[in-house]
Design a protein around this ligand. Structure first.
Ligand SMILES: Nc1nc2c(ncn2[C@@H]2O[C@H](COP(=O)(O)OP(=O)(O)O)[C@@H](O)[C@H]2O)c(=O)[nH]1
Ligand SMILES: [Mg+2]
Length: 357
C-alpha cells in the first residue's frame, strides 16, 4: 500500500500512522485503531493541488519531454514505424536519462509491436508506457519501522543534495500522522545546517537535538537517540554532513555515528537513506557512491525531480546503487515528497498525454 492510493480515495486504512507511511507492519502501532479518522492535510489529494496533482506537477518537465516530443514525431494521424522513427524515439528516451539499455528496450518493444506499419500516436504511446512500467516496477519499499521503540533513520548524502529538506519533509509526514518526531542536527560542520534544521523542526513541531559547531556529530546522534528512547518518540531522524575536510574523515564520521547508534539500539539504524539530487547527473551520482558504502544505505530519496526533465534517472540509479528508491522529492515545500511507486510514477508521467483516453 502506498501514498498514491490516497489519490484514488480507496485507502481506508490511511489514517493508520505506520501504514500510512507505506509499511505493512502495523504490529508496533498502538494508536492505530483508536486514532480518530481525522482528515489529514492530504485530504484534497484527488483535487486540484492535491498530492497526485503535485506529483504530476513535479514530474512536469520529464512528462513534457516524453509527451510533447513523442507527439511531435507524429505530424499527421499516424506514422510509419521504421528505423528512422525508432531512432528518433530512442533519442527522446535517452534525454530522460533512463540509460541506453532501457531506452533500447523500449525502442525494441515499439519496433516489435509495430514495425513497417502505419500506426497512430496513441498506440506507440501505449507501448512506450507499458514497457516503461515494466522497467520502473519495484516492490514498494516504504520505511522499515522498528518493531518496538523508536525508529532511527540516518540520512546521508553529498552536500546540497537535499538531505535537510528531505528530513523536514519526512518529519512532517510522520508528525502529521501523529507520531512524535525527534530530529538530530548531526551536521555540526556548518552552523547554517543546524539553523536550517532548527527552523524546519519548529515548523513541523518536532523536537531537535543539536550540538555546538564542530562538536562530535556522533555525540549529537547519541543524545538524540537517548532522547527518543526516554521520551518514547516514534521517529528519530539524523541529519549528517555532506562534506568535511576530506572524504576519509567524512566516511569515518558516518561509520562512527552508525556504531554509536547501534550500541544504543542493536537493530538501529532501521533505515539509512541516501539522498541523491536528480539534477546532478552522472558526476553527482558517482560522488554519492562512497556514502552508500560507508553508511550501509538501505534506500534512496531522489530529491529535486521537479527541477529536471531527466526523471528517467530513477532506473539507472536503482541499478547502480542496488538500492530501492523509497521516496521522491518534488519541490522545496514540506508536502513535496511522495513514496516512490513505479506504476504511479508512470501514471503521473503520462497523465497529461494528449492521446490518453
Ligand atoms: N526544487 C527542489 N529543490 C529542493 C528539493 N530538495 C531540496 N531542494 C533544495 O536544494 C537545496 C539544498 O537542499 P538541502 O536540504 O539544504 O541539502 P543538504 O545540503 O543535502 O542538506 C535547498 O535550496 C533546497 O531547498 C526538491 O525536491 N526540489
Ligand atoms: Mg543539510
Amino acid at each position: 500500500m502506498g501514498w498514491f492510493q490516497r489519490f484514488r480515495g480507496t485507502d481506508a486504512a490511511e489514517q493508520e500512522p505506520k501504514q500510512a507511511a507505506g509499511t505493512d507492519s502495523a504490529a508496533s502501532s498502538t494508536s492505530a485503531t483508536e486514532a480518530p479518522p481525522a482528515e489529514p492535510p492530504e485530504e484534497t489529494a484527488a483535487a486540484p493541488g492535491g498530492l497526485f496533482a503535485r506529483v504530476r506537477q513535479g514530474l512536469k518537465r520529464t512528462s513534457q519531454l516524453l509527451n510533447t516530443d513523442i507527439r511531435d514525431l507524429f505530424k499527421q494521424e499516424g506514422r510509419l514505424v521504421d528505423e528512422q522513427l525508432l531512432d528518433e524515439l530512442f533519442a527522446i528516451l535517452i534525454r530522460t536519462d533512463m540509460g541506453v539499455e532501457p531506452a533500447r528496450e523500449i525502442r525494441d518493444q515499439v519496433g516489435n509491436d509495430f514495425r513497417a506499419r502505419v500506426v497512430p500516436l496513441r498506440d506507440v504511446m501505449q507501448s512506450v508506457q507499458d514497457k516503461l512500467r515494466q522497467l520502473m516496477a519495484q516492490a514498494e519499499e516504504p520505511i522499515a519501522f522498528a518493531s518496538q521503540g523508536p525508529t532511527i533513520i540516518l540520512v546521508v548524502g553529498v552536500n546540497g543534495s537535499g538531505k535537510t529538506t528531505s528530513i523536514a519533509k519526512l518529519g512532517a509526514l510522520f508528525a502529521r500522522q501523529g507520531q512524535r518526531v525527534i530530529l538530530a542536527a548531526a551536521d555540526t560542520f556548518r552552523a547554517a545546517a543546524v539553523e536550517q534544521l532548527t527552523v524546519w523542526a519548529e515548523r513541523i513541531g518536532a523536537e531537535i537535538v543539536t550540538g555546538p559547531k564542530n562538536s562530535d556529530p556522533a555525540s549529537v546522534a547519541h543524545r538524540a537517540v537517548a532522547r527518543a528512547l526516554e521520551s518514547q518518540a516514534e521517529i528519530c531522524i539524523i541529519d549528517t554532513a555532506g562534506r568535511l575536510q576530506n572524504q576519509t574523515n567524512l566516511m569515518s564520521q558516518l561509520s562512527k555515528i552508525r556504531r554509536v547508534i547501534t550500541r544504543q539500539i542493536p537493530d538501529a539504524p532501521h533505515e539509512v537513506l541516501l539522498v541523491l539530487d536528480a539534477t546532478a547527473g552522472q558526476n553527482g551520482i558517482s560522488q554519492a557512491r562512497g556514502f552508500s558504502a560507508a553508511a550501509d544505505c538501505t534506500g534512496i530519496v531522489l530529491a529535486k525531480l521537479d527541477g529536471t526533465a531527466k526523471g528517467g534517472v530513477v532506473i539507472p540509479i536503482r541499478q547502480q546503487f542496488q538500492l530501492p528508491v523509497k521516496y521522491i522529492g518534488l519541490g522545496e515545500q514540506l508536502d513535496d515528497l511522495a513514496l516512490f511507486e513505479g506504476d504511479r510514477f508512470v501514471d503521473a508521467l503520462f497523465a497529461d498525454a494528449p492521446q490518453n483516453p
